[in-house]
Ligand binder design. Structure first.
Ligand code: ITT
Length: 198
């Protein structure tokens, strides 16, 4: 597979600050220069694929086309077994235009019946896209459960209601390095690193 050489300038095709921080930290040891889609004023394409991998591809291809740079996109979400995997690819949409994740977490809890299956997972697809249209996608997930009420003020999105399997702290309570050691995004990135980074 095509590799990214040290010194490459990469556009991170996300407008989500939490993701941006995590992906920048993952890339930091690899001497890849990053610029965000927001800093370049890139539009957000419509994410109308049925799965994470498809949406990550849409975002990465749109960003490489608009910028002429190699692009890296992330499409991810919070999935609850008792809701058939929802909110899933609609995780951002459940927070609405004001990005109200307190409301989105409350909606997940509200839709779960008392005896519902509270097993949950985060999933992430990362897609690299080159200006000539070649793409490479990588996928990761982390298993756990949905807790209520939310715990912790770290991280972003649904982190305060996700307790990873075998852990005591929610993603919202964990230090960033502890989340990075097990997260869906870091697991997808580990594959990207092995395939494409030096
Ligand atoms: P971009 O499309 O610009 O990257 P977005 O926030 O719209 O930003 P997604 O469409 O991939 O991104 O939506 C994923 C949502 O899933 C995101 O808004 C978070 O709420 C949630 N999510 C994904 N990874 C998460 C994580 O590590 N911790 C908490 N929530 C996460």
């Amino acid at each position: 597979m095509r590799r990214l050489i040290r010194g490459t300038r990469l556009v991170l095709a996300t407008h989500n600050k939490g993701k941006l921080q995590e992906i920048a930290a993952l890339l930091a040891p690899h001497e890849v220069a990053v610029v965000s889609a927001g800093a370049l004023g890139l539009d957000e394409p419509e994410e109308d694929a049925p799965d994470f991998t498809g949406n990550a591809r849409i975002k990465a291809l749109a960003a490489t086309e608009a910028s002429g740079l190699i692009a890296l996109a992330d499409d991810s979400g919070f999935c609850v077994a008792g809701l058939g995997g929802a909110p899933g690819v609609h995780s951002a949409r459940w927070a609405g235009p004001t990005k109200d994740f307190v409301g989105a977490m409350a909606r997940v809890e509200g839709e779960l019946a008392d005896d519902a299956d509270r097993r949950a997972w985060f999933a992430a697809a990362l897609c690299l896209a080159w200006p000539d249209g070649e793409t490479a996608t990588f996928f990761g997930r982390v298993e756990g459960s949905m807790v209520w009420p939310p715990r912790g003020k770290r991280g972003f999105g649904y982190d305060p209601v996700f307790l990873p399997a075998g852990g005591r702290l929610t993603f919202g309570e964990m230090a960033p390095e502890a989340k990075e050691a097990i997260s869906h995004r870091a697991r997808a990135f580990a594959q990207l690193r092995a395939a494409c980074l030096t």
